[in-house]
Design a protein around this ligand. Structure first.
Ligand code: ZN
Length: 171
């Protein structure tokens, strides 16, 4: 039996199946429909679901992959952060490179910078954009116009970078 989660929706009128990139199967059912209907639906669509699941590539970013690439990622990303911090005349508290699954980078109010090791697999321009973006948050902790003004000074193509980055899947 395929494992799945049920989502009850007050809006939908019929049962539907969604398969996420992480291979989770989500069955959406109208609020008034009993849960066994979802089960019946999954059983009736079993072959189709298996087919769809087989098409999804395995996530390459395993813990082992992370451990293999961590040190090199740390070296590469640290070098870019040091370089851009100097160019932008900014200082930060701590720099961490982690196996983050939802964000390429972040910046805390304590001036700590976090980056995903997966950055090193992006094109250099995109990696630089993420670094510049997070460093700019040391000045502006928001996405205001003045924030983007800072980003645009160091990354004039930032709009293109944003689009390209959105097409890259972090997980
Ligand atoms: Zn941001």
């Amino acid at each position: 039996m395929i494992s799945y989660t049920i989502k009850k929706s007050p809006i939908v009128k019929r049962v539907s199946i969604r398969i996420n990139a992480d291979k989770k199967v989500v069955v959406t059912i109208p609020r008034y429909v009993p849960q066994y209907v979802a089960k019946q639906f999954v059983v009736s669509k079993q072959d189709w679901i298996q087919e769809q699941l087989a098409k999804i590539p395995e996530n390459i970013y395993t813990q082992q992959h992370y451990l293999e690439h961590r040190d090199r990622a740390r070296g590469i990303i640290t070098a870019r952060v040091v370089y851009w911090a100097e160019v932008m005349g900014l200082s930060y508290s701590r720099l961490s490179i982690r196996n983050t699954t939802t964000r390429w980078g972040s910046c805390s109010s304590k001036r700590n910078l976090n980056f995903s090791y997966r950055l090193m697999f992006l094109e250099p321009e995109l990696m630089d954009y993420v670094v510049i973006h997070e460093l700019a948050h040391l000045v502006e902790m928001n996405h205001s116009k003045s924030f983007w003004n800072i980003v645009s000074i160091y990354c004039p193509d930032y709009k293109q970078c944003k689009i390209e980055l959105a097409q890259q899947h972090i997980s």
